[in-house]
Structures are given as C-alpha cells and as structure tokens.
Design a protein around this ligand. Structure first.
Ligand SMILES: Nc1ncnc2c1ncn2[C@@H]1O[C@H](COP(=O)(O)OP(=O)(O)OP(=O)(O)O)[C@@H](O)[C@H]1O
Length: 230
C-alpha cells in the first residue's frame, strides 16, 4: 500500500548537510501499524512529512497505492491528503477560533460533505467528547485537544493515519489513554497507522517497530517484526 523505493533525503544548511534518509526501501501493508522510533534529530518527523508529500525526497520515491507522490502537483497532493490521509501532531494543531465540533468537521467541510457536522459529532462521541462539542481548544485540556485532533484526523476515514508523537505533550496517564484510543480506533477502522513515538511501550504494541538512525531504518530487535508485501 505504501512503498518507499530507494528514498533519500537531506537538508542542506549553508555548508552542512544533514542526511535524513539514505536509499531507504520499505513496504507497509494496508492496515498495518508501524512505529518509528529513533533518537531526537534522527529525522522521524521528516520521514512523516515525506509520507504526507509535504517534503520532497532528493531521490527515490514514495508510492501510495501505486501512485508516486512525486508525480503529483501541489493541488493533487493536497487532494490526496484531504481524501486519504489523516495527521495527528504532538502539539494538536487545532484551529483556535473553531469549536471542537468545527475543528473535527473541517476535513469533511473542505471536501464539501453535507453531513460534515453530523459525522464530526459522531466521531467526537466516539472519542468521548460528546459533552465538549462547543468548547474552543483553549477551553479544553491537553488530552481533550488531542482527542479532537484524533477525531479530525479520522473523521473522513483515511487510508493512512500519520501520528507524530501524539502523546508527547501529555502527562503519562493522559498519554496512555490517548494511545489506547488511537489503537482502538485503528482496530475499528481500516486505516494504516504510521506512528512516531519515543514511548517504547506504545511502539511495541504496533505490528512492526522501526528505528531510524544515520539515515537507515532498522527493525528493532525486541519487536515483533514480519516481512510484508505492499
Ligand atoms: N527545514 C529544515 N531545514 C534544515 N534542517 C532541518 C529542517 N527540518 C529539520 N531539520 C533537521 O533535520 C534533522 C531531523 O529533524 P526531525 O525533526 O525530522 O527529527 P526527529 O527525529 O523528528 O526529532 P525529534 O525526535 O527531536 O522530534 C534535525 O537535525 C533537524 O535539525
């Protein structure tokens, strides 16, 4: 479903070059849960940005259901993200002026779906926020804001959910509850999950744990790993 082919990426700052990926190949099967771990600065966020088509590789390609992201222009990429991807960030990234309901409805509103608010309401119910529909982000706790962000990321039933340290800004207990919710929702939906996390307990609950370091992705020896075809 997702295939990284000979994917290389680096940042160049003046005279310094930071290699993020060096000729990486990876297949992620539909429905799989992949955790990406690795030291700070190893490039985990950059890898998610490549998967979302928000960064371009130096060489190689990302294939999403057989479609090469590099072959798409900015509009086509935006359409693909809107229709088939959901993204959850460490710092929630909700729109401050919108209520929980309007934030969660946003992907469907942008897609012109008439049932946007109805479906967002149902999704917020699912994440346990049925009683917070009209709260703005500033009126919600961190865990509640992240649950709105998860509802927004899943409301349009994306094929791919990208989550970048979704529990990183939450205390241990709230983080554990949010992680549980994310894994539960993954089970209920048909989504492929790529999860960046420092939390190895959470990572090990995924089908495969990959460690990014020095531009390479390694299978984590302590994890359950399987070879998958795309
Ligand atoms: N736009 C950019 N321009 C130049 N360098 C960048 C850019 N974005 C990230 N970097 C550098 O690339 C490296 C990888 O960054 P990235 O955020 O992908 O790492 P990470 O593994 O997600 O880190 P963390 O775990 O600390 O969030 C870092 O050294 C960072 O400073």
């Amino acid at each position: 479903m997702i295939r990284l082919q000979n994917l290389s990426m680096h940042y160049t700052m003046e005279t310094t070059r930071i290699d993020i990926l060096r000729a990486v190949d990876l297949d992620i099967a539909a429905g799989q849960r992949i955790a990406i771990a690795g030291p700070s600065g190893s490039g985990k966020t950059s890898l998610l940005l490549l998967l979302a088509g928000l960064e371009r590789p130096a060489s190689g390609r990302v294939l999403f259901d057989g479609v090469a992201l590099d072959a798409l222009d900015a509009d086509a990429l935006a359409d693909l993200r809107r229709d088939r991807m959901g993204i959850v960030f460490q710092s929630f990234h909700l729109v401050p002026s919108l209520t929980a309901l309007d934030n969660a409805a946003l992907p469907l509103e942008i897609a012109g779906r008439r049932d946007a608010r109805e479906r967002a309401r149902a999704m917020l119910d699912t994440v346990g926020l049925g009683a917070r529909l009209h709260h703005h982000p500033a009126e919600l706790s961190g865990g509640e804001q992240q649950r709105v962000a998860i509802a927004r990321a899943l409301v349009h039933r994306p094929k791919l959910l990208l989550a970048d340290e979704p529990t990183g800004n939450l205390d241990d207990r709230t983080g554990a509850a949010v992680a549980e919710l994310l894994l539960d929702l993954h089970r209920e939906t048909d989504t492929t999950l790529v999860l960046v996390t420092h939390d190895m307990a959470l990572a090990r609950r995924c089908d495969r744990v990959l460690r990014l370091g020095d531009g390479h992705l390694h299978d984590d020896t302590g994890a359950v790993t399987r070879a998958h075809a795309a």
